[in-house]
Design a protein around this ligand. Structure first.
Ligand code: KG4
Ligand code: ZN
Length: 460
């Protein structure tokens, strides 16, 4: 409680079976840090004189007795000792805060969940997760055993409905998800040969993505969780893309660096262990998939652009047109793709205006080469700076064969293990969501039934 510039510590409690583990010090340390942050000058508290452990903690934390309240505790009639800290910004309390923070670090380390190594080889294989994905333009459901074995994976693509508009139309996406979701989930259960009664948990992508698309999956998953009483596990779509690699190569393990390249995201992520993600760099404008889509549109190739550019590029000369390599030499791990896209679009317009015949295959190949050069340079730099020996790539653009080959070659030259998921696991699917959900289920991280879609959800 805060009164003027003084803080009154009302209660500090540690569960009986967790005492003597310095958790009290951890709590007090957090409290003092918060009080300092709020500009509180001093802290006061009352404590029972018979509570030796608490007295020792407060004394070690620089609190001093300053009077008593007689008969304060109504249960035993005991007095309360009134204690005051020194000035929080003074040298003594600054030293106390630092030493408490250090012991808090030690105490909390013991309570951190153990490292997730994936499911053990033969036990824990029986849990069955139904995963649902609806963040963009695919309605997908999958059933996984033990977080690694795909019993079924159904993907209903809406591409046909969006392609005539040259991109994903959010309103159409939500409506199509609503139409498809029941059938897709039923089909996933049927193909896996299981019923809702056999399941251990329901998992769902709750962000990032289109809000109207995400809510369809989240609402349906919540309904299933409510009806069955099963836990509901929320998964970050990007974490799903990371776990796609694990489905193909179950022994892939952190520490690693991942390049996530999709229609909405482009980033390099350092993964010291599963569940811990540090973004090293990301695009400052367009996503890589978005650049493919926009260049394809300029070439009249339709949506989605990635596969169309890929096919065309295979027949073209990657050195034909020297498109810019934005940020290639910048001193960071960020990307920029809108300049490159503009350069390609401008080139096409100029050639047309000059009445020259376009060579779409050369344009596609040259654009693709520019993208790849930057991605390879940044990815290898990220791997070198983090000192990891494993690299993986995820997201729809990871389906691009030239990018896969270039990254694989660059990493192998450095003795780094590379994992590139099979094509159907690169683009959006629910199996990868189920694989990531296994980690959260194992950690006991579930969403309540008040869970909501988070369109701008971040990784880490
Ligand atoms: O991961 P994803 O299926 O959906 C999102 O989460 O965005 O990625 C879709 C993106 C689209 O922009 C599509 O053009 C791109 O991935 N893509 C490709 C290829 N296949 C799909 N980009 C380059 N080459 C491909 N072969
Ligand atoms: Zn995706």
């Amino acid at each position: 409680m805060e009164v003027e510039h003084e803080g009154h510590l009302m209660n500090l409690a540690v569960r009986a079976d967790a005492r003597r583990s310095r958790l009290g010090a951890a709590l007090l340390s957090t409290l003092i840090a918060e009080a300092r942050r709020r500009g509180i000058e001093r802290l006061t508290l009352e404590v029972r004189p018979s509570n030796d452990a608490a007295l020792a903690l407060y004394e070690a934390a620089g609190f001093k007795e300053d009077g008593r309240r007689h008969g304060y505790y109504s249960d035993t009639g005991e007095d309360a000792l009134v204690m005051w800290s020194g000035p929080l910004e003074g040298p003594e309390m600054t030293a106390v805060a630092a030493s408490l923070a250090a012991s808090a670090e030690v105490a909390l380390a013991e309570f951190r969940p153990a490292r997730y190594e994936g499911p053990p080889a033969d036990e824990g294989r029986d849990d069955l997760i139904l995963a649902i994905e609806s963040s963009c333009d695919e309605t997908a459901a999958a059933v996984l055993r033990g977080g690694r074995t795909i019993l079924s994976s159904v993907v209903a693509s809406q591409i046909d409905f969006h392609s005539r508009f040259g991109g994903v139309v959010p309103e159409i996406a939500s409506r199509k998800h609503t139409e498809a979701i029941v059938g897709v989930v039923d089909e996933a259960l049927a193909q896996a040969g299981v019923t809702l009664d056999d399941l251990t948990a329901i998992a769902v992508t709750y962000g990032p993505g289109l809000v109207g698309a995400l809510v369809v999956g989240v609402s349906y998953a919540k309904g299933l969780a409510l009806a069955t009483g099963l836990p509901l596990v929320g998964v970050n779509h990007l974490e799903g893309h990371l776990f796609a690699s694990v489905l193909a190569e179950p022994d892939i393990a952190p520490p690693l660096v991942a390049l996530l390249v999709s229609g909405g995201h482009t980033s390099l992520v350092h993964v010291p262990e599963w569940g811990e993600y540090h973004t090293l760099g990301s695009t400052i404008d367009d996503a890589t998939g978005e650049a493919f889509d926009k260049v394809a549109k300029a070439l009249g190739l339709g949506y989605p652009g990635g596969p169309a550019i890929t096919r065309l590029a295979a027949q073209g000369d990657p050195a034909a047109i020297p498109f810019p390599r934005p940020m290639l030499r910048s001193d960071d791990l960020d990307f920029s793709l809108s300049g490159l896209k503009t350069a390609v679009v401008t080139y096409i317009a100029k050639e047309r205006a000059a009445g020259r015949e376009l060579r779409p295959a050369d344009i596609a190949a040259s654009f693709q080469a520019a993208v790849i050069d930057v991605q390879v340079a940044k990815a290898t730099r990220a791997v070198e700076e983090s000192g990891v020996e494993t690299f993986l790539i995820g997201g729809g653009v990871a389906a691009n064969p030239a990018l896969r080959a270039a990254l694989t070659a660059a990493m192998q030259r450095r003795g780094v293990r590379v994992s590139v998921p099979p094509l159907d696991l690169c683009t959006d699917n629910a199996a990868m969501i189920g694989a990531a959900a296994h980690l959260h289920l194992w950690r006991g991280e579930t969403l309540g039934l008040s869970a909501e879609a988070v369109p701008d959800l971040r990784l880490g």
